[in-house]
Design a protein. Sequence first.
Length: 317
Amino acid sequence: MDRVTLADVAKACGVSAYTVSRAMNDKPDISRETRERILKVADEMGYTVNASARFLRTGRSKSIGIIIGDIANPSFSISIRMIDTMLRKHGYNCMVFDSEEDEQIEKRSILDAIGKNVDGIIICPAQKSDANIRFMQEQNIPFVLMSRRFEHLNTNYVICDDYEGGRQAAQYLVDKGCKRIAYLTLEPYVSNTRERFDGITQVLRENQIGLSEKDCYYVQGGQVSHKEIVMKLLSKDYDAVICFCDTVTLELMCYAQRELTIISFDNIKSHFFLPCKFASLGVDKEKFVSALVECLLDAIEGKGKPQGVILDTQIYE
């Protein structure tokens, strides 16, 4: 069976191919009734949009690339689903790439996305260097950084207030009477690791509690298990731990044989049932995703200069 074309749909509807095209692109000069009738007929006939032809005709593919560091992390999964839902309302489809927090894989993902003519990219950067971000700038591809930033680069980004989040996490443990605190986190070149550390140490200094480099335990992003690092931490006499994310917290709780006060980041329990309770910092995820989508759409349309959005965090227990 031959593929159904725009002309076939137009003939079945008794209108021009031009009218069908404008109806499918939700143009304002097509009435709602006409658009709904055309879409219904197109669906019944099995019509699919030829993305390559549309790109050649309009310069837009109506597709977005999303590049994240660990697709298995529920925090990313929650955000991806919400981003996809929100972008669909604007007529966009999403393709997702997992960089495994590896810069080379990240670069291939960027090249694949550009090769598929995406209109823009949402990316949570691996951050060992800024090379891939500079490459996107050189390619003039609209993009927005998700959850992390390069302060020395002029880019769009949407993050939570990691410095204040670090302060909130440390104050939570201080209020619980904790004195021997460890920080279980990603590598120090990751921006939110550094910014949270700065907030944590500021509060602990104010309360005459020490946290030095030897109290920081670094896990590698994109890995399934961090048992070796977790067990090393548990071999020390800490009474509290600040964890970089909820998935690492769950792993820590699985191996811990004594009571620890734990506070984490991401608040995945807002969308998932968890079999154990712990405090976790997070942002309003709908506001976070709305800001990401708005920044990207503005960049695609060439509106204004790059903007940084920093959202307030709060503790969820």
